[in-house]
Design a protein around this ligand. Structure first.
Ligand code: IPE
Ligand code: IPE
Ligand code: MG
Length: 254
């Protein structure tokens, strides 16, 4: 582990501030393993993970990143033991309540994507209050993916597009990929430039499947509670070393 001083000694000069990713998405994984490695309950890892959310949100804000999307709870996570689900929902609600004043102070705007119909009323109410109270923020947009899965989102979009067509308001022949994108929960933001996964697993676990078509992927073994500002800058630096070709040849994009 780096000390606070060492973290701040990793200079931004490593980064090209004119080529920062506009949107960073993170699969925050490894809370349970972090706790278990210390002989603690999994829930303790989730509590520690909230500290990392704060740290990484602050760093993204400071760097001037436009959008930060955090995968906090997946559709499949509803199938975990009820006690863990309850602990996570409670943790989300209390963290949001506690952090709202600082989000406002730091000019952060909160958005939530996911299936609201499955969230406990109290958690949903606090999230929606925070979204409303931070709606004037003109800095970082922090997007929490809660009760979210890409297949839920795409299915939901398909249902709405089909309803429009059935009502005669939309010609199926006129549907383009833009029609689909506009019906996704993420319609208000650009696709992620950089997708980070902590905890070392090389998979996307039903996260932003449509939107990451051309995202640069960065996977680190570090567990989410240990992930810090230095690690984030390292991921961004790695991102900046890549040539994004979008299907073209290297010569074409140079
Ligand atoms: C990620 O940590 C947080 C959530 C999925 C809510 P995990 O709880 O999945 O931690 P591991 O992967 O079991 O270590
Ligand atoms: C992905 O982590 C979901 C979140 C980080 C919220 P999981 O721990 O649920 O993913 P799998 O089960 O290892 O694929
Ligand atoms: Mg996990």
């Amino acid at each position: 582990m780096l000390t606070e001083k060492e973290i701040h000694d990793v200079p931004e000069t490593q980064l090209d501030m004119s080529r920062l990713p506009q949107h960073i998405a993170i699969i925050m994984d490894g809370n349970g393993r972090w706790a278990q490695a210390r002989g603690m309950e999994r829930a303790a890892g989730h509590v520690e993970g909230v500290t990392t959310v704060r740290r990484i949100t602050e760093e993204c804000s400071r760097l001037g990143i436009g959008y930060l999307t955090l995968y906090a709870f997946s559709t499949e996570n509803w199938n975990r033991p009820q006690a863990e689900v309850d602990a996570l929902m409670h943790l989300i609600a209390t963290a949001i309540e506690r952090e709202t004043p600082d989000l406002i102070k730091n000019n952060v705007r909160l958005r939530v994507i996911g299936d609201r119909s499955r969230m406990p009323a109290d958690t949903l109410a606090r999230l929606e209050r925070c979204v409303r109270d931070t709606s004037g923020g003109s800095g970082l947009t922090l997007v929490l993916a809660i009760s979210y899965s890409s297949r839920w989102e795409i299915t939901d979009a398909a249902r709405r597009i089909a309803a429009e067509a059935a009502a005669g308001r939309l010609d199926p022949a006129s549907i383009t990929d833009d029609t689909v994108a506009r019906n996704l929960a993420t319609a208000f933001m650009p696709d992620p430039d950089l997708l980070i996964r902590t905890g070392g697993d090389m998979r996307v676990s039903n996260f932003l499947l449509w939107q990451i078509a051309y995202s640069e992927i960065y996977i680190t073994d570090i567990y989410w509670p240990d992930f810090n500002a230095y690690d984030l800058r390292r991921a961004i630096s790695d991102y900046q070393s890549r040539q994004r070709r979008f299907g073209l040849t290297g010569e074409q994009v140079q």
